[in-house]
Each structure stands twice: as structure tokens, then as C-alpha cells.
Design a protein around this ligand. Structure first.
Ligand SMILES: [Zn+2]
Length: 311
């Protein structure tokens, strides 16, 4: 009996101890529960980097949007693709850098895309006129250049060369250099298969040589300046160096509200400010009357300060 009493007592005390322990454990669990409460902040903190990490990609996505703008621009002027300026270019392609920061980088380039040329390789400055020939403005420019005894380079579009063979003959006769500017100013030409690029460039050269059979075409300029290694390679195989530019007065760009007077002044100011020995200057003789007017001022100035050469 004693033993059984003792056992009972032991059992009861054991039960009591166990209950107490369980109670403590339960208490510990309940006190532990608040611990997850701070967790939400952790979750919240973890959520913060998500938008942060998603925001950086949005910044790099800005430059790609400009090529898209570029590629959309052809459709804007689909009626005359040859009127398209290169310079839409100036969203900085990879591998290129600019000489100056800020606004200047829109006008001055040190390296061209895919190692295309930005300078003449001498102290001579090269004037290059793109997208023509234009039946109105190319003759005016040719007359101006003849009077100033200056040779330049004309980057012609195949469709315009085919339409105006006499202007091709006039350009060659005057001693200027011809440059292949693609068949119809396809801004995405450099991304096409090599065979298509080759066909486009050969068709353009054929249009030029239909006017002047033995015409030399030593250089090629990508529409929009959108050179790719592939385009540079195909051009090279056809005997043409890839010609970019160093100075871009953005004569193709006409901001809303800019008067002809202001546009002309802008071209003059940028060319005067940025031209250095060896520079290749980009301008347009197709559908850009203010450019022709600007060169009436620029030609004497450039002639006075530099040696002007054809490429
Ligand atoms: Zn162009």
C-alpha cells in the first residue's frame, strides 16, 4: 500500500511536472509566435529590392528605344525613304564614345560604330552630303562648291541615283567623290543577312554606274550611320570603306517651332564650333534648303580655316 501510495504520488508528481513542462512549452510557443511578426518587415524589405532591381533595366531600355524611334521614322516618310537622315544615328552605339559630355555628344563623335571611319586620316576636312541626289538642291550645292573650288563627297541613295542619272554625271564630272548610301535608305540594312546586304549595295553601285560606267565608289555610309560589323565586312569586300562622321550639325532635325533662320544658324554654329583638322562633317543635300543656305556661310569660313578634301 505504501508503495502504491508512493507510486501514486510519483505518478501524480510526474504528471504535474509534465503538465508544467508542457505548459512552459506551450507558453514558449505562444511567446515564440510573435517572433514571426517581425517577419513581415523582412518580407517587406525583401520586396523593396524587387522594384529596385527592376528599375535598372528600365534605364538601359531608354537607349534601345531610340533605335526603335529610328526604325519607325522610315514609315513616317515612306513616300521618299531617301529623304531620311542618317543622323537619327546619334543614339550612341556600343563601343563608341564622345569627345565631350552633354549636348556636344550629339554633334561630335570620336569612334564610329563597328570601327567605321570618323576622320579623314589627314588634316584635311571632308564635307559629306547625304541622301541625294536631289533635283533642286544638289545642283545648287554643286554650283556653290564649283565657285569655291571645293571637292566634297556625295553619299547617294540608289533610288535617287536611278531617278537622276544626270546629277550623278554632274557630281563625277566636277571631281567629287561618290559614296554608296544603300538602295532605299533601309535603316536596318546592317542587320540583314550578308547576301541581302551585298545585293543592296551592288544594286546601288549598279544604279550609279548606269549613269557613269567607270565611276569610283570608294566609300559606303550606312543609312542612319547604323553600321554593323557585318555591313562593314560586306562593304569592304566590295571595295568600299565604311564612312561615319565626326561632326553632325543635325541639319536633318527640325524641332517644332524652329524657324528656317534659327535652323540655318544652328548648322553654322555647330560646324564652326566642332570642326577640327581631319574631321568628316555630315550634312544633307536632299530636301534640306537650310543646309544649302548654311553652306553659303560655312564654305568660305571652312576654306579659310581648313583644307577641304574629297575622300
Ligand atoms: Zn541618309
Amino acid at each position: 500500500m505504501r508503495l502504491s501510495h508512493t507510486r501514486k504520488a510519483l505518478t501524480i508528481s510526474t504528471l504535474l511536472i509534465m503538465t508544467a513542462l508542457l505548459g512552459q512549452a506551450a507558453a514558449a510557443q505562444t511567446t515564440a509566435r510573435p517572433a514571426p511578426t517581425p517577419a513581415p518587415p523582412v518580407v517587406a524589405q525583401a520586396a523593396v529590392p524587387v522594384p529596385q532591381s527592376s528599375s535598372p533595366p528600365s534605364t538601359p531600355s531608354d537607349p534601345p528605344s531610340s533605335p526603335a524611334d529610328r526604325s519607325s521614322s522610315p514609315s513616317d516618310r515612306s513616300s521618299s525613304p531617301s529623304a531620311l537622315p542618317e543622323s537619327a544615328d546619334t543614339a550612341t552605339p556600343p563601343g563608341s564614345r564622345t569627345e565631350r559630355a552633354g549636348a556636344d555628344k550629339r554633334h561630335v563623335r570620336v569612334n564610329g560604330p563597328a570601327h567605321s571611319i570618323t576622320t579623314t586620316g589627314s588634316t584635311g576636312v571632308a564635307l559629306t552630303f547625304d541622301d541625294g541626289p536631289d533635283p533642286t538642291y544638289t545642283p545648287q550645292l554643286l554650283e556653290m562648291l564649283a565657285k569655291a573650288k571645293v571637292k566634297a563627297t556625295f553619299c547617294v541613295v540608289g533610288t535617287n541615283a536611278k531617278r537622276h542619272p544626270q546629277l550623278i554625271r554632274d557630281i563625277v564630272k566636277a571631281g567629287h567623290t561618290l559614296c554608296n548610301h544603300s538602295w532605299n535608305h533601309d535603316l536596318k540594312l546592317g542587320k540583314k543577312p550578308p547576301a541581302k546586304i551585298k545585293a543592296d549595295l551592288e544594286r546601288t553601285n549598279a544604279a550609279i554606274r548606269a549613269a557613269v560606267p567607270d565611276a569610283k565608289i570608294p566609300v559606303m555610309r550606312a543609312p542612319g550611320g547604323n553600321f554593323t560589323p557585318r555591313l562593314v565586312k560586306v562593304s569592304g569586300k566590295l571595295g568600299m570603306k565604311s564612312l561615319y562622321w565626326q561632326v553632325d550639325p543635325r541639319d536633318w532635325e527640325h524641332p517644332k517651332g524652329e524657324s528656317h533662320h534659327d535652323h540655318r544658324k544652328k548648322i553654322i554654329r555647330i560646324v564652326k564650333k566642332h570642326t577640327r583638322p581631319g574631321a568628316v562633317i555630315l550634312s544633307h543635300d536632299y530636301a534640306q534648303p537650310d543646309t544649302i543656305a548654311a553652306y553659303q556661310v560655312l564654305l568660305p569660313w571652312l576654306k579659310h580655316h581648313f583644307e577641304l578634301i574629297a575622300l
